[in-house]
Design a binder for this molecule. Structure first.
Ligand code: SF4
Ligand code: SF4
Length: 111
């Protein structure tokens, strides 16, 4: 099993999660973060840190697509270990449904 980042992170990207990960396995896209499932040690520390409740164990039902997204983009996007600037409109997007089509495949800046 692994933890993965899901739809609720899109355009929220608070980044509280990256600071607590003991193995630095978060990767940054333009408006989304992913976890590298091959590096995550399943410690679960990041899950309660996410204000958007976007981090879930992949053992929950219906998350196959998000596992694929985390796997794919963690190979392409830069690593991020330090909390960056939260988008100004992050709170407006928190809890919104149907954000998946807004997921940018562009890489973020990383650190
Ligand atoms: S804390 Fe949650 S919303 Fe913020 S970047 Fe991490 S997974 Fe995304
Ligand atoms: S579960 Fe632990 S190892 Fe996996 S991403 Fe979260 S903090 Fe990092």
């Amino acid at each position: 099993m692994t933890y993965i980042v899901t739809e609720a992170c899109i355009k929220c990207k608070y980044m509280d999660c990256v600071e607590v990960c003991p193995v630095d396995c978060f990767y940054e896209g333009e408006n989304f973060l992913v976890i590298n499932p091959n590096e995550c040690i399943d410690c679960g520390v990041c899950e309660p840190e996410c204000p958007a409740e976007a981090i879930l164990p992949d053992t929950e039902d219906g998350l196959e697509e998000w596992l694929e997204i985390n796997t794919k983009y963690s190979e392409e996007w830069p690593n991020i270990t330090v909390k960056g600037e939260t988008p100004a409109d992050a709170d407006d997007w928190k809890g919104k449904e149907g954000k998946k089509e807004l997921l940018s495949t562009n890489p973020g800046k990383g650190d």
